[in-house]
Structure formats: C-alpha cells, structure tokens
Write a protein that binds this ligand. Structure first.
Ligand code: PLP
Length: 458
C-alpha cells in the first residue's frame, strides 16, 4: 500500500488542518472537532472494507450511513456514472424536460414497488423526499377539496431527516430540537402499539397512540401518518407483527394517507426489497434514498399511489415543487445499475443468509457478555444495548459512556460501528453492514466486538 500513501506526511497534516479550519461536519461536535480534529480521512474501499489515508483497513459495520448496500469500490456503478456523464452530465426535469436514465429508472422503480405505487418524483436525498411527501399529501387533499386536512402524525423516536418538515416529523429529541426550527401541524404518536391502533381503548397505553390522536384532532384535519417500517436512527426498533397492517387499516378507516419512509429499509436492507414488504403493507406515498444508489450518487424520491397520481394529472395548474437535481441523469444511471446488480447477484438473498449469522453472533454476545441486552435484527439492520444489570433493567450511569467506549474500542480494532443517540441513559449500538458481506467478514465483526467487550469489562 506504500505507493498509495501521500507523498509526505506534511500533506496529511495539511489536510487535517484544513478539515479543522474549513469543513463544518454534519452530526459532529464542533467543539470536539475544533479541538481534537477528525478521527479518519477515508481514501478507498472494497466490499465491506474501507481504507484511511494512512493505509489502515477498517470493516464498515454500518455501511457508512446505512446506505452502501452494494459495498465499496463497486466499479460498475462508477462506470455507469461515467458513461452517462460523458453523454450528458446534467439535464433539467422542469417544464417536462426529461432524460433516458430518469425515465428508465421510474419504470423500474414502479415495477419493483408494492401494490399500486405507480409514479415517482425524484429528489436528491431522504430529507427532501420526506418534505416532498408531506407537501404532496397536503396538496392531494387540496385537490380533493379538503384543504383543512393538513396535520401530519409521526411517531415518537422516528428519524426523518433535517430539512424543516422532516426535522419536525423526527421524534429523536436532539434532532427534533435543533435550532427550534419547526413547521406547525405535526403531532407525535407513541410507536408500535398494535392493539391500540386496532381500536382497543381498554389498553393502558391507548392515550397518545395514532388512533387516539385521530379521534381527538378529528380525521377531517389529518392529511397523513408518516412512519419508518423499521425505525432506524432512533434506535433500530422493529414493529411487532401486525402493526403496519393495523396502521394501514386505521388510515383507510379514517381517510388518511400513509407515508412510508423507506430511506433506510428500501432496497434490501431488511431482507425484502422494501421494509413494507415484510408486512405486506402498501403505503400511499413511499420515500426512498440511500440504498437506491448504494450511496454512490445523491438520489432520493417519492413513489405515489394511483389515486394520488390521478389527482395530480386532473389538476389544471402547475406542480410548483421540484429540485434542480430531480431526475439527475448520472444519479439515475447509477441507480439503474445498482438495481440491476442487486437482482443479478441475488444480493438480497445474500442479506437473508447473512441475517441468520448476524442473529447467531448476537446470541453469542448475549451468552458471553452480561452487559449485552435487547439485541434486535431484521435482515442486516440491527442494534444492541448495554446494561449494567440487564436482568434488573439497570442502565449504566451516563457518565460511563458505555456505548461510546465500545465504539472507541471497536474503532481501535478497525471495526466501524455507530452509536445511536436515543433517550437519556440509553446505550445503543447499530450493526448494518453492506448487503454483500460474506460469512467470514460477519464472523470478524463479532470476534472484534467480543474482544472490545472483554476489554471494556476489565
Ligand atoms: N429518513 C430516514 C429513515 C433516514 O434514516 C434518513 C437519514 O439517515 C433520512 C430520512 C434523511 O435522509 P438524508 O440524510 O438523505 O436527507
């Protein structure tokens, strides 16, 4: 690897210095960054492995931001981008202009989407997709002559992104609160209460469930419910079986649209093409991003159902919504290639096979380390928690920073994980490797974790 090193150490120092001075990092402590600088500069990657600028190799245990589904260094994706860029690098989709990759991708997405989701609007990422879905839900009700249907019900602990509507819908406290920037008419319901959503008012948790909010606010004021099929950044919470179906039935009963945020779940992460496929639920609007290009290009979008598309095409006016990069030709070409590889190489089949090993790995950790608790996994989307006394349900004192310590210890051992900022005192770590991971690499993740836990227990 020596030949790939920068020519002088000075160059690395310069990069680190410039990073500290000029680069404001997302979801990073500016204070710590300004003082200590950055932990890593990535240079290249192959499969589940990434290399830093010094040539150190790490296992990417979380697919970066749960998005590099096909793994790193996938040359076919790079070639697809290049082939498109040399033809036409950018073209607009406004005023009906179009391009071939965007059209072909729309057809492909509709063909793999569940139910009657039959047209797509493109964005550049997940937050834009959720803002778009919220606006589309309200626009739909305006077109239907019910402009008072505007309220959005989201779930506690949801993560929907950082643009202002998506941030308001987000229920993870620190992200929700940032800069106190919110849109009105967004409410939060308690998550994953199947019996309550089925109408069991005797359930002690009924107050604050979606159904309770609908009854109190009046369905005539509510545009949509938005949820992640599996909550991701809020802590990886998998709904009980029957929950999604119950929310779908509730929305149908009251004439409310259902928005599924598939930004993490989409394109194989849970072991099905889409998270909603796990529970055979068809939303009215389905937001996607991340895995549609495996992170190789910035692309997101919203798939809409037949009735929404029908309402749009009856409308005499303009659809006054759109991003410069809606339907970006190179991003769409990358997405098309990404979906082709996903199917050609049976990548979702691999994710399912590895999911069994992931569960076995968690079982081993729970049996070996008393601090490991509440392990949960669906496909290759998973998390575990750390408790001082799991039987008694006693958490570590926050000053211990248990999850942070395990993260650091894994980092030193060249495994990248992610701590999730959940509620006070919670110590949650996520594992969500690229879907192309093999058996040995999965074993490596758990042997590193085993060592890290043993080390920290000392
Ligand atoms: N929705 C979900 C479920 C996400 O996990 C994320 C990002 O992690 C977003 C939306 C926001 O996506 P983006 O960061 O591309 O705006």
């Amino acid at each position: 690897m020596v030949e790939n090193l920068p020519s002088t150490e000075l160059m690395v120092d310069e990069l680190k210095d410039w990073d500290k001075k000029y680069f404001i990092h997302p979801t990073t402590s500016p204070k710590v960054h300004a003082k200590e600088g950055l932990p890593i500069i990535f240079k290249e990657g192959k499969g589940v492995k990434v290399q830093d600028i010094h040539g150190n190799e790490y296992i990417d245990g979380v697919s970066m931001l749960w998005n590099v589904n096909l793994g790193h260094g996938q040359k076919e994706l790079a070639e697809a981008a290049k082939a498109q860029m040399v033809k036409i690098g950018y073209s607009s989709s406004f005023i009906g202009y179009s391009n071939e990759p965007a059209i072909r991708l729309a057809e492909k997405l509709v063909s793999i989407a569940p139910g009657d989701l039959e047209a797509v609007f493109y964005t550049s990422g997940g937050s834009e997709s959720n803002d778009t879905a919220i606006k589309f839900a309200r626009f739909y009700w305006e077109l239907e002559g019910m402009p008072e249907k505007r309220k959005i019900i989201a779930l506690e602990n949801a993560y929907h992104g950082v643009t202002i509507a998506a941030q308001t819908a987000t229920g993870v406290p620190n992200f929700h609160a940032f800069s106190n920037s919110h849109i009105p008419e967004v409410l939060h319901a308690k998550a994953h209460l199947t019996r309550c959503e089925q109408g069991d008012r005797s359930d002690l948790q009924y107050e604050g469930c979606i159904r309770d909010i609908v009854e109190k606010e009046g369905a005539e004021t509510i545009a949509a419910v938005i949820l992640e099929p599996v909550q991701g950044s809020g802590g990886v919470y998998i709904p009980p079986d029957g929950y999604l179906q119950a929310v779908r039935a509730l929305c149908d009963e009251y004439g409310i649209l259902l928005i599924a945020d598939e930004v993490i779940c989409g394109f194989g992460r849970t072991g099905e093409m889409f998270g909603v496929d796990q529970w055979e639920t068809v939303p009215d609007l389905m937001c996607f991003a991340k895995g549609v290009t495996s992170g190789y290009a910035q692309l997101g979008g919203v798939l809409v159902s037949r009735k929404i598309r029908d309402a749009f095409v009856q409308h005499d006016g303009f659809l006054s919504h759109g991003f410069t990069y809606s339907g970006h030709p190179a991003a769409c070409a990358v997405a098309l290639k990404n979906l082709e590889i996903l199917e050609r190489d049976n990548v979702i089949g691999n994710a399912r096979a590895r999911a069994a090993e992931l569960k076995a790995g968690y079982e081993f950790l729970e049996n070996t380390h008393p601090a490991v608790a509440k392990t949960r996994a669906i496909g290759l989307l998973s998390a575990f928690e750390l408790y001082e006394d799991r039987e008694a349900g006693k958490r570590f004192d926050p000053s211990v920073q248990a999850a942070g310590k395990i993260y650091e210890s894994c980092f030193k051992r060249k495994l990248l994980l992610r701590t999730l900022r959940a509620g006070e005192g919670e110590n949650i770590l996520a594992i969500a490797p690229p879907l192309v991971i093999n058996k040995n690499e999965m074993e490596d993740i758990f042997s590193i974790l085993d060592e890290a836990l043993t080390d920290c227990e000392k």
